[in-house]
Design a protein around this ligand. Structure first.
Ligand SMILES: *Cc1c(COP(=O)(O)O)cnc(C)c1O
Length: 470
């Protein structure tokens, strides 16, 4: 301490007198209780899975077990340095290695890379792998096929990787139209990107035939793993005919997400594609774990260091805690919950496509009829849900459903909580017919009332300025 004070004095002596402070800086003075109350209030204005159901379809907003948070905050992990010698990082490398293996087993793939930071980045990696694979064979292949129900990131990642995107329509059953697929296949087809169950919550029952057709045309099959929660332990993308998959750890494997924070989207491939995976992968030589950068055909590095390591550990903990039987229960209950909601709400809201068919883990409803009858839109209904203290579902997606409300309850909600959402949606519909005006200004009970969508989205109302810098 004395030495430090002395060092400080020495530094001070070097500062010219005229710029030295004469009096203490005026910093805002707040008491502890004021600060605590401020941040507590802010936290109370937030909404998250710890507060109630968060039924954002396609996002799989399940509960994040607190034990995982406790473990990843251990100094044993937080005090590690990415440049630490690998001999001192054997524990974390083992976790990552085993996670690669578990994910391979769950998806039916041969080899995983834990690098990508999200599903979207996994798709981009997948598209780059397709590009590298075809370059080694047939340079002309420059088209990726996606269904019209696909998530926006699918065409975006394909396009970023330099591909032309071919969109094919869904049929009346909400599934891939095989005739349209056939017509879009050619010697320019690099591959197809698809999620199964699809974004309507429907299982693509013809997936094996789809994969056969794409393969026969010389393309590869990419599995968007965002909906893996529905099929855990039941079927594997690898067995459906997929060559490349990503897994959203922040969806299926209970890693926190939302708020645009970083996720984790490991990518797995079949044996014949493993040389293209991003570097480094974690390997084991029978004695020790190590990072392998030595891959000539690799598409390269896609992220700093080794992936979003804390998220990888959370997913690993979740897998160990549940085991194979637990994972199977996850998909069973998530499917049961979605169908319970469908059965209860399809009397009040439209059920577009595949009427009378069970859904997988999510259900897409539509308020088209309510809009025609009352003028109340899906947007108003979701704002009204906020007034009832419930986070709205995903809305206006998938794009092929008008006035869409896409509900994914996940397996971690109780029946009481499902009933609370169902009752709120029934009550709002009733209010739409009785007093539509009252819904147009919701939400009223939230800290911020209805935001101006136009201002939020329209560039004309933004003040754009620029300056030429020489
Ligand atoms: C969430 C999602 C993605 C993108 O995943 P991110 O991890 O958010 O980048 C892709 N496809 C579907 C169907 C999704 O729901």
């Amino acid at each position: 301490m004395e030495e430090e004070l002395k060092a400080l004095e020495e530094i001070k002596a070097k500062i010219p007198e005229k710029i030295l402070r004469k009096s203490l800086a005026k910093l805002p003075e707040l008491s502890e209780v004021e600060v605590v109350r401020h941040f507590t209030r802010l936290s109370q204005q937030n909404y998250g899975v710890d507060l109630g159901i968060y039924p954002l379809g396609s996002c799989t907003m399940k509960y994040n077990p607190k034990i995982s948070e406790e473990i990843v905050r251990s100094p044993k992990l937080t005090q590690m340095h990415p440049y630490q010698d690998m001999s001192l990082a054997q524990g974390i490398l083992r976790i990552m290695y085993e996670l690669q293996i578990y994910l391979s087993k769950i998806t039916g793939m041969d080899k995983f890379s834990l690098q990508p930071a999200a599903g979207a980045q996994g798709e981009f990696v997948g598209a780059l792998i397709m590009r590298a694979y075809h370059r080694d064979r047939d340079k002309r292949r420059n088209e990726i096929i996606v269904p019209d129900s696909s998530h926006g990131t699918n065409p975006a990642s394909a396009s970023m990787a330099g591909f032309k995107v071919i969109v094919i329509p869904s049929n009346d059953e909400g599934l891939v139209d095989l005739e349209a697929l056939k017509a879009s296949l050619s010697d320019r087809t690099a591959g197809m990107m698809i999620t199964n169950p699809n974004t309507l919550g429907l299982f693509e029952v013809q997936i094996a035939e789809i994969a056969r057709m794409v393969h026969e045309a010389g393309g590869l099959m990419y599995y968007d793993g965002a909906n893996l929660n529905a099929i855990l332990g039941k079927v594997r993308p690898g067995d459906m005919g997929f060559d490349i998959v990503h897994v959203n750890l922040h969806k299926t494997f209970a890693v926190p997400h939302g708020g645009g924070g970083p996720g984790a989207g490991p990518v797995g491939v079949k044996d014949y594609l493993k040389d293209y995976l991003p570097i480094p992968t974690v390997e084991f030589n029978g004695k020790e774990y190590y990072l392998d950068y030595n891959k000539e055909k690799s598409i390269g590095r896609v992220r700093s260091f080794y992936g979003n390591v804390a998220h990888l550990v959370r997913a690993y903990i979740y897998l160990l805690a549940l085991g194979p039987d637990g994972l199977e229960r996850v998909s069973e209950i998530s499917v049961l919950n979605a169908n319970y909601i469908m059965m209860k709400l399809s009397k009040y809201y439209d059920l577009p496509k595949a009427k009378g068919k069970f859904r997988m883990h999510e259900v897409v409803l539509s308020s088209s009829k309510i809009k025609r009858d009352t003028g109340v839109r899906t947007m108003d209904i979701s704002k009204a849900l906020l007034d009832k203290g419930i986070h709205p579902p995903t809305i206006y997606f998938p794009l092929i459903v008008e006035e869409a409300l896409m509900i994914e309850p996940t397996e971690t909600e109780s029946k009481e909580e499902l009933d609370r959402l169902i009752q709120a949606m029934i009550d709002i519909r009733e209010q739409a017919y009785k007093d539509p005006e009252s819904l147009l200004n919701s939400p009223q009970n939230t800290t911020i009332s209805r935001v101006d969508e136009l201002k939020a989205n329209h560039p004309k109302s933004l003040k754009l300025t620029w300056r030429y810098i020489r």
